[in-house]
Write a protein that binds this ligand. Sequence first.
Ligand code: NAD
Ligand code: UFG
Length: 330
Amino acid sequence: MKILVTGGLGFIGSHTVIELLKNHHEVIIADNLVNSKIEVLDKLAAITGVRPDFYQIDVTDEAKLEPIFQNHPIDGVIHFAGLKAVGESVSKPIEYYYNNLVSTMVLSKLCVKYGVQKFVFSSSATVYGDQPSPLKEEMELKKTTNPYGETKAMSERILTDTVKANDGFAVVLLRYFNPVGAHESGLIGEDPNGIPNNLMPFVTKVAKGQLKKLSVFGNDYDTVDGTGVRDYIHVVDLAKAHVKAIENLTKGTRVYNIGTGNGTSVLELVNAFMKVNGVDVPYEIVGRRPGDIATCFADAAKAETELGWKAELGIEDMVRDAWRFEQQNC
Ligand code: NAD
Ligand code: UFG
């Protein structure tokens, strides 16, 4: 298939491009580099031996996006392009709603106009809100605590309604849990600008000595050791789920959790990082971070039954690969 990958130079998009190319699909990348670097294109070429077509455009810009649909016989779209910093979305709500919603609307409009039938969307476990884990796809969605989360819930509705109105259009909503790790080559991985918000990139910077110590946000949750529990998923496993999703897409809207089904606490992750990599990660316990929930992990059975996808990599692989990437690149 010929697949347009928006946000294809970003963290999850770049790993997915590798898996698509490995599975003999053709890839066109559209990315405005707002949160990625052009060098990733060279690295993708080095890893795969193929240099995908690349357009440096903003996918909210319909006039710039439409020629790609006119000039290429696109079979499917995987839409990663989006702004994703939860805290920033609270201070810049319009930027987040505009970027994340307009991109989804413009892309789905062009898909319908040009008869592109397959669409895979990057959603998030955040759409479940605070509900007991394991989280199941059929659960009712709850109000999220920030504009970023709302853009995911609203994009899911926009796409679901577009499918209802257009027979030939089919969508998979993939609800990611906590993507971490990096490609085994150490060439691509997660390299956020500035001080990281998320746990794993913060841990790697502390291990490297670029940040002094990790603040563990609360040890008074009702969890195994009082720290927050999440379902960390290796980015390469996550990337493979996209290949299964687009290859299995037939009609209607389908929703899948993409997680391992296992919960890991902050301290369990930090201890695994230190043990596997033989490095120290100094930390201190501080107060809870506003908006955080105690526990979030997936019921991952549906993706296994319907897509034949299951996470294969564990916490040890995640911490090893994240550290390798940090040492080689950042
Ligand atoms: P990322 O920031 O590394 O990648 C996003 C890419 O999209 C970047 O390369 C950025 O330059 C590009 N982009 C953003 N807005 C654009 C626009 N208007 N036009 C063109 N390009 C644009 O993020 P990621 O971690 O790879 O996340 C990919 C998707 O998955 C996002 O939609 C994100 O919300 C979603 N998601 C991520 C996580 C996570 O924890 N990483 C969890 C759940 C869902
Ligand atoms: N944490 C710390 N210290 C830090 C950073 C995080 O203790 O410096 C803790 C958090 O309190 C939480 C856990 O580590 O218990 C994971 O936090 P992250 O920020 O890495 O991830 P979140 O679960 O808060 O959110 C992530 C993405 C969201 C996405 C959600 C579900 O950032 O965009 O997973 O997919 F919606």
